[in-house]
Design a protein around this ligand. Structure first.
Ligand code: AMP
Length: 282
């Protein structure tokens, strides 16, 4: 596996592969890799000649009071995992390489899509995401890029951006990878104490319970949301950021459950703010 820190070197390496008509699969990450990330890498391996993974903790997508400095990092461990998966190139740039002195250009996906869910509680977050992903796409020039449904709103925003800006690549959404007990895998799970780790199960459990109710015929978003809120509230120190039900395509809030819906939540369990969601055909 080549480990590359400079954009120039990355371009040269990818150009050489493309000259041999090789297709490029790309998995952008912030590192501290777990099985969720690796499931994206495996999907990329399956359908492309070479796989590029980036590890970059992107400062522009973190708010002022968020965990940028504390974000977990383990380059050595990540490298070993990526070598194990047969990744061809690891792009690991510095902040200065990505945002050199004088950097001034940002990509904003406007409108309702970024005004709900994480967009409303993390102002500027998706501007940072859209900007860094655009830059990475320009550097890697992938045929396909792989994103996890764990960050469902991110997938929608990136798909919108790719369409709006006529970017020439395919976005491949991949299912949420969960621990055996249901907790959605996340680099931030490492912040959880043993007790919080157990209590955090209430997030996925409340979504699975909601699914059962909907499959049994419940069509009121309000009732489903209040069921989820009640269940999460059994953990007295959990702080709910949002529990929302939206149309999975437009991300518009809905009152009556029909079509493809997305039930999404963000909850602070001790130190970390965790997100989870469930997509469902009603
Ligand atoms: P991150 O390093 O958290 O920025 O995540 C990098 C990519 O991995 C994003 O596309 C995430 O949606 C995806 N990802 C993170 N956790 C999971 C998971 N549990 N299952 C599937 N994909 C995930």
């Amino acid at each position: 596996m080549k480990i590359i820190g400079s954009v120039k070197e990355l371009r040269q390496a990818i150009k050489a592969e493309k000259l041999q008509a090789k297709s490029v699969g790309f998995v952008p990450t912030m590192g501290f890799l777990h099985e969720g990330h690796l499931s994206l890498v495996r999907a990329a391996k399956e359908n492309n000649d070479i796989v590029v993974v980036s590890i970059f903790v992107n400062p522009t997508q973190f708010g002022e009071n968020e965990d940028l400095d504390a974000y977990p990092r383990d380059l050595e461990g990540d490298q070993a995992k990526l070598v194990g998966e047969g990744v061809d190139i690891l792009f690991y740039p510095t902040v200065e390489e990505m945002y050199p002195q004088g950097y001034s250009t940002y990509v904003d996906v406007e409108g309702d899509m970024t005004g709900v869910l994480c967009g409303s509680s993390r102002p500027g977050h998706f501007r940072g995401v859209a900007t860094v992903v655009t830059k990475l796409f320009n550097m890697v020039a992938p045929d396909r890029a792989y994103f996890g449904q764990k960050d469902a709103q991110q997938v929608s925003v990136i798909e919108r951006m790719v369409k709006d800006l006529n970017m020439d690549l395919e976005i491949v959404p991949c299912p949420i990878h969960r621990e055996a007990d249901g907790l959605a895998m996340s680099s931030r799970n490492t912040y959880l104490s043993e007790k919080e780790r157990k209590d955090a199960l209430v997030l996925s459990a409340s979504l699975f319970e909601a699914k059962d109710k909907i499959l049994a015929g419940e069509t009121s978003a309000e009732k489903i949301i209040s069921g989820i809120v009640d269940k999460i509230s059994t953990v007295d120190y959990a702080i709910i950021d949002y529990v929302e039900i939206v149309d999975a395509l437009s991300l518009e809030r809905i009152d009556t459950l029909k079509g493809t819906i997305l039930i999404a939540l963000a909850v602070k369990v001790g130190k970390p703010r965790l997100i989870d969601n469930l997509r469902l055909e009603v």
